[in-house]
Write a protein that binds this ligand. Structure first.
Ligand SMILES: *Cc1c(COP(=O)(O)O)cnc(C)c1O
Length: 402
């Protein structure tokens, strides 16, 4: 392909994006895709040869590198090798997969569960397997991209409601012609803002309008609830979700995604989901690691408590220093900067002083709401968080944000 042919729409698109990236790189404000070369223990990492405090991790309970989880991964390789014989349906199903799925079902207080090769793929395939052309899918406007993509792929009528606005959701539910199937989908904890869905109300509305409720718990497993079991435990509402979706790549230091729910639902997905039938099984090491991680969460409940203390400390400390942390109630802490440029500049300040934190800019968030998106985990020491906040404060003052 001749890349100088600017009549070609694909080439124009490639140029537009690459020009923006190159501009940011030229001003030394490109912070994405930096290679981490070593875990230094606790919440410290080696990035580009420099040891930094990790404030961009989804390993909320600090389980990456946990000796029991590492050992389980190694043991799984010794027993089953590094891959499977292909897709689960044919020759790729291992006893280990079955054990992992039983373990997830138990942890999520469900009859059964099914795993897929990533959280992204889980949302894509579950939504598009359950609903189709004559159905309605209703989604919070700030839901994760994988949910949006699943909704679009399904071909169902796609209705969105303003973020966490339960009146808007009820209006949407009223819009659906009677007799049509309805699936309501939400994140439990929103991945850019760290706030929680109004769970009791969304459950009530789904019951009232006989809609299915699917909740993505990517950022709530290990984070919410006394034992880290997620949003139902947090609100003391057992069995309120029809389709309990989560990922094995965040609190659970592995890769993969799952859905837990009624046995019939899971059996249906196992025989209808194209991502299950036409894509390879989780590798043994990852299945073994994930299974061990659920056990570690239950065995070491101090981690959930420590995470909560760290999040509270971080949020209140930043607020005291004059930052706007939006509506967060969890370990995802947005530090509002405003323009993309301000977010990049703040990142530069923080990273120069050893704080590994990253910016989120438009179009991932609305224009004017660009931010640092910092996370704390159970692996941070109180003194480390204090030091990080001091560094962020210096940057904020220098750039006139506070
Ligand atoms: C990360 C994330 C996913 C995707 O999970 P992966 O396992 O990384 O593919 C899905 N939903 C939400 C809300 C997420 O934050």
């Amino acid at each position: 392909m001749d890349f100088s042919n600017t009549d070609d729409a694909i080439i124009r698109r490639i140029h537009a994006m690459n020009n923006r990236i190159n501009e940011i790189k030229r001003s030394n404000l490109y912070f994405y895709n930096q290679p981490v070369s070593e875990l230094k223990g606790g919440a410290r990492v080696l990035v580009n040869g420099r040891e930094m405090g990790m404030y961009a991790s989804y390993s909320y309970l600090g389980l990456v590198g946990h000796p029991k989880i590492n050992a389980a991964a190694k043991d799984a390789i010794d027993r089953f090798g590094s891959g499977t014989h292909g897709v689960r349906t044919l020759a790729g199903s291992l006893t280990l997969h079955r054990e992992l799925e039983e373990c997830i079902a138990q942890f999520k207080n469900a009859e059964a569960s099914i795993t897929f090769s990533s959280g992204y793929v889980t949302n894509l395939t579950v939504v598009s397997t359950l609903v189709g052309r004559n159905d309605y899918v209703i989604s919070d406007k700030l839901n994760h991209a994988s949910i949006v993509d699943g909704c679009l792929m399904s071909g169902a009528k796609f209705l969105r409601f303003n973020h966490n606005d339960m009146e808007a959701l009820e209006n949407r539910l009223n819009q659906v012609p009677s007799g049509s199937c309805k699936l309501v989908i939400t994140d439990a904890v929103f991945s850019m803002d760290g706030d929680l869905i109004n769970f009791p109300k969304i459950v009530e509305l789904c019951k009232k309008y006989e809609a299915w409720l699917m909740v993505d718990e990517a950022h709530s497993v290990g984070v919410l609830g006394k034992n880290g079991r997620g949003i139902e435990e947090h609100f003391g509402m057992e069995d309120a979700i029809d389709i309990k979706m989560g990922t094995l790549s965040k609190t659970i230091p592995s890769v993969g995604g799952y859905v837990a729910g009624k046995r019939d639902l899971i059996e249906f997905l196992r025989h209808s989901s194209r991502a299950y039938i036409f894509s390879a099984a989780l590798p043994p090491a990852q299945a073994g690691a994930a299974k061990a991680a659920f056990q570690v969460i239950l065995d070491e409940p101090w981690r959930v408590e420590k995470l909560r203390q760290n999040a509270t400390h971080f949020i209140s400390g930043l607020k005291k220093r004059g930052f706007d942390t939006m509506q967060t109630e969890t370990a995802i802490v947005p530090i509002l900067c405003g323009t993309d440029e301000a977010a990049f500049a703040m990142t530069g300040e923080a990273q120069r002083d050893g704080i590994f934190v990253l910016p989120v800019v438009s179009p991932a968030v609305p224009q004017g709401l660009s931010r640092l998106r910092a996370t704390v985990t159970a692996a941070h020491e109180t003194s480390e968080i204090e030091k990080a906040m001091d560094i962020i404060e210096m940057g904020g003052k220098k750039l006139g944000l506070i």
